[in-house]
Design a protein around this ligand. Structure first.
Ligand SMILES: [Zn+2]
Length: 251
């Protein structure tokens, strides 16, 4: 079985590219599945692979401790990108172990689309599209409201766009980002106030544009980049409408 597992490790990237063509080598064998799943405990404290777990987290924390799936929360759990219940042979393969946040780990669960092959974006092997597809819509009416949405681009193939949509759906990212955006704006209201009082619409417009460009360094489709792009394009918000943030809770 050792040879079969080493072969499976060699195939890992092929499985990521088109999971529809592969089944687990443990498929149909409860005994083998149980043995391979049991390997995961080797990563526990005091067990032989404890160092592997620690070094995966150390590497993640030294680069960017944000969860790669939501780009928001701190990493604290190890996700099996290909779920160990579907592919137990990858239960201790370092390439398959990705530090994520508690929320994403829980929501992703055993998600593994073997029918349509729409996998989420793998932090080590995939690049999230760098063409603008995430948009925030800001409405300044009685209250300030924010809605996120995805829009396809001619520059992104349909399969990739479907994967993005699936990731957003499984992780509930539209609602999550909306809540985060509310918290972000509420935190920044004094900055908007002071900028507007000193420099007027154009001052606030350029400050929001600078915040958008700063956030875009994390990726053009980072939720904060989409938020600030939308705010900097919203004339009503920039001409004092932001004060409605204070007046009434947003939804
Ligand atoms: Zn997350």
């Amino acid at each position: 079985m050792r040879t079969g597992i080493i072969d499976a490790y060699g195939n890992y990237e092929d499985v990521l590219r088109d999971i529809r063509r592969f089944t687990s080598l443990a498929h149909g064998s409860d005994v083998l599945t149980k043995i391979l799943l049991g390997n995961y405990a080797l990563l526990d404290r005091g067990r032989p692979l404890e160092d592997l777990r620690n070094s995966i987290f150390r590497t993640a924390l030294s680069r960017n401790s944000r969860c790669p799936l939501c780009e928001r929360a701190q990493v604290c759990a190890l996700d099996h990108f290909l779920p160990k219940n579907h592919f137990p042979e990858y239960s201790i393969l370092a390439d398959n172990l990705i530090p994520v946040c508690e929320r994403c780990n829980r929501l992703k669960g055993d998600e593994c689309d073997t029918v349509d092959g729409l996998l989420m974006f793998h932090a080590y092997f995939d690049e999230f599209p760098d063409i603008e597809i995430l948009f925030a819509e800001v409405n300044v009416d009685n209250v300030v409201s924010i809605r996120y949405s995805l829009h396809p681009s001619d520059e992104i193939d349909n399969f990739t766009f479907e994967r993005v949509k699936k990731q957003f759906k499984i992780l509930g990212l539209f609602d999550f980002y909306q809540m985060e955006a509310v918290a972000e704006l509420t935190d920044q209201i004094d900055l908007y106030d002071e900028t507007y009082d000193s420099f007027g619409d154009s001052g606030l417009w350029s400050t929001l544009g600078a915040l958008a460009r700063g956030a875009e360094r994390k990726g053009i489709n980072h939720w904060k980049a989409a938020l600030y792009r939308a705010l900097s394009r919203n004339a009503e918000f920039c001409s004092g409408g932001y004060r409605k943030l204070l007046a009434t809770p947003m939804n």
